[in-house]
Design a protein around this ligand. Sequence first.
Ligand code: M3P
Ligand code: FE
Length: 310
Amino acid sequence: MAMTGVLRPGHAQIRVLDLEEGVRHYRDILGLVETGRDAQGRVYFKCWDERDHNSFILRQADCAGLDFFGFKVLDTATLNKLDADLQAYGVKTERIPAGDMLETGERVRFEIPSGHLIELYAEKTSVGNGCGLVNPVAWTADSERGIAPVRLDHALLYGPNVAAVQKLFTEVLGFYLVERVLTPDGAGNVAIWLSCGHKVHDIAFAEYPEPGKLHHCSFLLETWEEVLRAGDIMSVNKTPVDIGPTRHGVTRGCTIYAWDPSGNRFETFMGGYQPYPDYKEALTWTFDNFGQGLDYPQRKLHETFLTVVS
Ligand code: M3P
Ligand code: FE
């Protein structure tokens, strides 16, 4: 198999101010599938076409934001190797036992220089997508319920030390830089988009003084019409929309940014191009074209993009 190492974003745990209000949003409007609740009161969801038990977890807390973002790796040997590589690089890691999250194996957790907690894990119970494995059906009720994204696609995280984060993800975790926005003087990056496979990005970071902030978790749709349908569903449900429907210049993905009831931004996203790890030259946006990178048709650096995080 050509794909090894870190495979993909696997889970995000986010904080909501009111659990049942959050459940109603993510289950009924976004259309995620609720797969369980644990003794800590956390609620587990998956997107309909994901096979693993969970990808998105809600925890009730006094402030919104991201608890941690996890990546699935190929197997246990890979998990152990990446743990050793992180430690050799000088990153302190913590082992969280299997079963701490429902249907999820042992996790390796570490803090990155932007102040975010990142996790790696190799095992999560496959519960299937409801289509079956023999002569699979191509449609289920869950594939039409609410916005109904197919998977958790990526996250954009805000915090300090983006250069050190880039170094860690590229030198230890096997990611490569797909796109970047330069600082005004062109000497560094204010934002970076990183891939571990041939998706246009699996995680992105933007420079921000406060550590550990969430800009958005993004959910994948398959067509532009589905993004427009997501906009209709948001309007009907009075979901506050931030930007879109529009297209990013960066990644060329089509998008809507909107907020959940606790003020966590989420994105419904489709498209973009498919890079490969031999794309040695990252696409580069100069700071004066940041607005075009964010919103290609309007070429507008929306104020909320820079200032509203959770
Ligand atoms: C994305 C995304 C800017 C933002 C791009 C965002 C400033 O590509 O996936 O959310 O270019
Ligand atoms: Fe995004």
